[in-house]
Write a protein that binds this ligand. Structure first.
Ligand SMILES: [Zn+2]
Length: 81
């Protein structure tokens, strides 16, 4: 189970994607307000896709834990669009 995370994603990749998704979704930093970048990384699409891959690749117990972290951000993202 742990091997899966280490082969398909480098350690910390999931945490990085989660932080990136959070940053893209939660109210903008000064950086985003000034630049208004619309690339996949900055809008959150790319990190959210990585999280989705992780959710599918992880064993169910770990997937549930991760989803519990992703869900509030998803809800916020939907409510904002
Ligand atoms: Zn960008």
């Amino acid at each position: 189970m742990i091997a899966l995370e280490h082969t398909r994603m480098w350690p910390g990749a999931v945490a990085d994607a989660l932080v990136a998704w959070q940053h893209a979704t939660l109210p903008g930093t000064a950086d985003r307000l000034f630049h208004r970048c619309l690339c996949d990384e900055c809008t959150g699409d790319a990190p959210r896709r990585r999280l989705q891959q992780a959710l599918l690749a992880l064993p169910p117990w770990a997937g549930r834990q991760l989803y519990a972290l992703v869900l509030p951000i998803d809800r916020y993202s939907i409510s904002r669009r």
